[in-house]
Design a binder for this molecule. Sequence first.
Ligand SMILES: [Zn+2]
Length: 417
Amino acid sequence: MKKLGKYSFGTGDRFGRQGKAQLQAIMDAGSLGIELIPVWNKSHREHTTIGTTPADTRREADEAVRALGWNNPYFVDADHINLSNVEGFLPHCDFFTMDVASAIGKPVTPEEAEAFVADNATPGGVIHLPGMDRPVPADEKYLRRFAKQYLHAINEAEKIYDHISRHRNAEEIVIEVSMDEVDQPQSPADLYFILKLLAEKNIPVQTIAPRFSGRFNKGVDYVGDLKKFEEEFEQDLIVLSHARAGFGLPDSLKLSIHSGSDKFSIYPVMGRLIRKYEQGIHVKTAGTTWLEELIGLALAGGTATEMVKHIYAEALKRREELTAPYAEVIDINTRSLPTAAEFASYNEQKIAASLRHDPENPQFNPHLRQLMHVAYKIAAEMGDDYLRMLDTQEEIISRQVRENLIERHIKRLFAQS
Ligand SMILES: [Zn+2]
């Protein structure tokens, strides 16, 4: 098993042009004393929409590393894969995010469910974990419900892992298990039993991405009860401490946060708690870099700004098609979207300000930002026209990409205040 390192940062890049700017932000962090391992993550869904392959992501990562002389480890993540699409990722990735969300709630045999309940029954129907102010519920009723909900998903994780490890040396890869893209959050008790079962199946999970309470909408801040999130996150960290020692999972095991881009209000909460418990963390960002490309283009003026206006006009027309695959993680109030004509009348600065995730700025429009977050398909359809524009405006774009990651993401989460 290749160890991931304590703090790692996943940077998605829809069009594969910002690898260097992203790595530059990781190096900026290093010069502030924040040691991060970069991971380039891209899902099958993104590859399909854009027409890229995992080999492209590998090339981007290798080139950025070579160009900037990065000497520490780095990874390429097959993000949200399952048995139906892992094949193309196998030769190019060394980080596999096994997504078992769609297997949650699927039945197992009554014998298997009952065996789980019998194996895990405890005297008082609870489990005491050191550091937890409340015991973890584990009575029969809870265990039956858990079995119904999660046993099939754990079996699925085992199948995917077996497949990956037949093709890849387990010593050279990192394994993540994700179940974040579901509507029901996993409680700390659920996480406890999920990790226990993954350990029993000998899956060397290093990062686990649960679904937390609250909404993780694409491109905008966390929506939910911050106090509740904090409590849940802290309990999850305690569960993880136990899972490393008690279940024999890798000592590098940590939480993976799929941020859906920018979850600024929970960053300081998570940062404080991982430092308190001396735990690591993996954070994935994806679409945030694509939005910085748009901001860079908007600021560049001329035909670059026109291109952003065109993308917005198309996105408005095709709103339903573009938002459909993201229905669970998007919340757009259409009355708050400017018309195409209104948007076209904005100057460069106003377009940038309406897109840039700065809640303090009165021109920031989270509805517009969410729509543009999922509008990368339109840029993909423009093909070389879009890619050439990225190359022409490389300087102004890479400045946005780098500054966004270091200032708005990395410092908020990792810098001690
Ligand atoms: Zn995710």
